[in-house]
Ligand binder design. Structure first.
Ligand SMILES: Cc1cc2nc3c(=O)[nH]c(=O)nc-3n(C[C@H](O)[C@H](O)[C@H](O)COP(=O)(O)OP(=O)(O)OC[C@H]3O[C@@H](n4cnc5c(N)ncnc54)[C@H](O)[C@@H]3O)c2cc1C
Length: 483
């Protein structure tokens, strides 16, 4: 019994590893069980096409990761993580060889936005300037007293209306397209409330953390987290799929870096019937269809700014993006989808053999859709980069089914850990002051808990603190503070 761990974590995504680190730092002995042969979950990298071409299997661009208070507190650089930033964080190509861009500087971005520039300076510039005061709210659970209530109230007031409404006063096609593309990171129509907040936070982060990629691929983030954990004495067992709690040794706490439905299935009768039922009925959002390309050269974008960009929003003007996202919500795969793309080789040539490039793309599709979107994605890129298709050496396409087979957290291809409408990104998996505790000794730590999707580890951080709180320990020292 002496060698029994104090805590088990099921799943080694960024949140599972983050939770394990916080608990191990507090003196608890932790073992992580991961079904795959490698750690990282949706933050992993592999040669999906040709030898020497390294593609991100899930996440690619990390505004949240670089700004994460937890990641910033860990010695990840000492364990091989280097953030690399493209000259232009984000470009949004438009017809006629034009583009809207998000620059590292607020002023340069505002200048490009012409008549919409002053509004950008005021709103996004204001958020970027006050980021240090807002970070705690953006990365924290919602239902608690915020450190800076007035500043948070300001963001909430501006962020609550749907992007379709917020864009009305904007005068330029560039301004409206930029807002629509940023808001469409949430898989829901632009007419739903809440997506303006996502757009504002993502835009501000371009000026705060710069939308970087990890040198060598997102796997470097997971590998660095795993190295920190193992350096603290934690253990990771890969190739260990856990289907029942009886498969792991009895521990004081079990944390699930899984979806709520999977957690309910694994815990079985350890949860009361009604609570188990509520987790089993947890709702997921639309899925994604992802295509990775190995290319013979850089993407020949018509707009010069796009050639220097790390991330691209491809889908034309705001109306086209709204139409594409609305179609997905209504259960139809759009034949002119809104495509999010990352060209990491612009900042990180190590991802491909010399002179070659990789391109990472995905678009939203209805949950579980079996429609092959490869052609539609290629047509959208070709529209803004004529000659693109001639450069394709190889491609690797996966739809919702294959994504879920690779990682059961991606239910129906949902990469957001659950639906995001009706502010469900914030109040998940259920409305509760403690969304992490699901039962005595049982905790959910995946992106199905606040602050929601993204590689930032903060769901894991808060779940770990819920464990320490329940054990009556000081989260900072791990010492018992009450009997
Ligand atoms: C295609 C795609 C693109 C994305 N793009 C971005 C992006 O650019 N930037 C960004 O910040 N975020 C992005 N995300 C989202 C981000 O990757 C996720 O929000 C984040 O990885 C969630 O972390 P997690 O630890 O909660 O879960 P996951 O990363 O999903 O990890 C869960 C882990 O648990 C394991 N597991 C599940 N069930 C079991 C079980 N029963 N037994 C053992 N192990 C189990 C899985 O194998 C997996 O390793 C993207 C995701 C995808 C899929």
């Amino acid at each position: 019994m002496a060698d029994m761990p104090d805590v088990a974590v099921i799943g080694s995504g960024p949140n599972g590893l983050a939770a394990a680190i916080v608990l191990q730092q507090a003196g608890r002995s932790v073992v992580v069980y991961e079904r795959s042969d490698t750690v990282g979950g949706a933050a992993s990298t592999g040669e999906l096409t040709l030898p020497g071409f390294r593609h991100d299997v899930g996440s690619a661009v990390h505004p949240l990761g670089a700004a994460s208070p937890l990641f910033q507190s860990l010695p990840l650089e000492q364990h091989g993580l280097t953030w690399l930033r493209a000259e232009v964080p984000l470009a949004h190509p438009l017809d006629g060889g034009r583009a809207a861009t998000l620059d590292h500087s607020v002023t340069v971005t505002a200048d490009h936005l012409d008549q919409d520039g002053p509004c950008y300076q005021r709103v996004v510039g204001g958020i970027a300037r006050r980021w240090d005061l807002l970070a705690d709210a953006v990365f924290g659970p919602v239902l608690r007293v915020p450190n800076h209530p007035m500043i948070l109230a300001g963001l909430a007031l501006r962020g609550l209306p749907p992007a379709s409404m917020t864009q009305r006063p904007l005068r330029t096609e560039q301004g409206r397209a930029l807002l629509a593309g940023l808001a469409a990171h949430t898989p829901m129509p632009l007419s739903k409330p809440g997506n303006t907040a996502v757009a504002l936070v993502l835009a501000a982060l371009a000026h705060v953390s710069g939308w970087p990629v990890a040198r060598g691929g997102s796997q470097a983030i997971a590998d660095a987290l795993a190295a920190v954990l193992e350096g603290l004495g934690g253990t990771i067992e890969t190739g260990r799929q856990i289907d029942h709690l009886e498969e792991i040794p009895p521990t004081g706490a079990v944390l699930f870096d899984t979806g709520p439905r999977a957690m309910a299935a694994i815990t079985g009768k350890r949860l009361p019937v009604l609570r188990r039922r509520s987790y089993r009925l947890y709702r997921h959002g639309p899925g994604v269809f992802k295509v990775d390309f190995a290319l013979d050269g850089p993407v020949p974008w018509s707009a010069a700014a796009c050639r220097k960009a790390g991330t691209l929003h491809i889908g034309g003007n705001a109306e086209e993006i709204a139409e594409a996202e609305q179609a997905v919500w209504q259960g139809r795969a759009s034949n002119r989808p809104f495509v999010i793309a990352s060209q990491p080789t612009v900042a990180d040539p190590s991802r491909a053999p010399e002179g070659k490039h990789v391109l990472w793309t995905y678009c939203h599709v209805p949950s579980g859709s079996s429609v092959d979107m490869t052609g539609a994605i290629e047509r959208q890129i070709e529209r803004f980069a004529p000659g693109f298709c001639d450069l394709i050496l190889d491609r690797h396409s996966v739809g919702p089914g294959e994504l879920e087979d690779g990682n059961p957290n991606l239910v129906g291809g949902d990469i957001a850990g659950g639906r995001t409408d009706r502010l469900r990104m914030l109040f998940r998996p259920r409305l509760s002051l403690d969304p992490y505790t699901v039962g005595p000794g049982l905790y959910l730590c995946s992106s199905a808990t606040p602050p929601g999707p993204g590689v930032h580890g903060m769901s894991g951080y808060h779940a770990a603190r819920a464990v320490l709180h329940a054990e009556g320990r000081d989260p900072a020292t791990g010492q018992t503070v009450r009997q």
